[in-house]
Design a protein around this ligand. Structure first.
Ligand SMILES: [Zn+2]
Ligand SMILES: [Zn+2]
Length: 247
């Protein structure tokens, strides 16, 4: 929690700066393991929120996980560079730093996925404005497909399991792509930390239960792609995370 507070207070880096710092490694391909699936991790918005653009080599369709504020320019430049069309937006949860960029990305027939427990946050994001940056104004997003625990999604032929992991907020969902050994978790868990549970709708015991019974049940070698900060693995967090220990 402390770590994430610190992350949230850091000034955001321009994506180009991040790319330079990392020698373009920000665009990561999980090589052999991922076959032809490509994932671009982008740290965007005023508090450095991770969005993930996913496509297949040779394909024309893209899926975006989370839409931080002011992400349009970066996302659209990637789409143009790769000749991709955004087809689906999967929102891990309804906090403004993950959804407030959606309205300017949604053109045409794009399916938007979210969990109903965050319906109010998606439709009236202004309710969180006291927890946002002063002067920011948020546009709502219309979810076109509500998903629940146990639902499955299709990521270019790969099965994706959806788990409901409340505690950070009521409607955080995580997307587990078993075949690719990767899980997108929003703000449930971070490298060495966990999501804040002190925001409205948050509850630490609920968060702990979500992590212990959902995240920690995934195979140890599953790569965790969080909503802030660096990637980690289920095994590393099971062994080292000081905030939530495995059952
Ligand atoms: Zn959040
Ligand atoms: Zn966040």
């Amino acid at each position: 929690m402390l770590m994430i507070n610190l992350i949230n207070q850091l000034p955001s880096l321009l994506f180009s700066d991040v790319r330079n710092m990392l020698g373009m490694n920000e665009r990561f391909s999980l090589s052999d393991r991922m076959n032809s699936l490509r994932i671009t991790k982008m740290e965007l918005g005023p508090i450095g929120t991770n969005a993930y653009l996913i496509w297949e080599d040779g394909g024309t369709d893209a899926v975006l996980i989370d839409a931080p504020p002011n992400s349009r320019e970066t996302v659209e430049s990637y789409l143009a560079e790769k000749s991709l069309e955004l087809k689906e937006l999967w929102l891990t949860h309804g906090h403004w730093d993950h959804m407030a960029g959606a309205f300017e990305l949604l053109k045409g027939d794009i399916s938007v996925i979210g969990h109903r427990a965050d319906k109010m946050l998606f439709e009236e994001p202004g309710v969180m404005s006291t927890f946002a940056m002063p002067g920011m104004d948020f546009e709502p997003v219309s979810i076109t497909k509500w998903v629940e625990e146990g639902d499955t999604l299709n990521l270019f032929g790969r099965k994706v399991d959806v788990f409901h992991c409340p505690g950070h907020c009521p409607g955080n969902i995580i997307f587990w792509v078993k075949e690719e050994k990767v899980c997108f978790v929003g703000d449930v868990i971070f490298e060495g930390s966990v999501g804040r549970a002190d925001l409205p709708g948050g509850d630490f015991e609920t968060l702990k239960h979500s992590i212990q019974t959902k995240v920690y049940k995934l195979p140890e070698n599953t790569e965790i792609c969080p909503g802030h900060g660096g990637n980690t693995t289920v095994g590393r967090e099971r062994r080292n995370n000081p905030f939530v220990r495995p059952l």
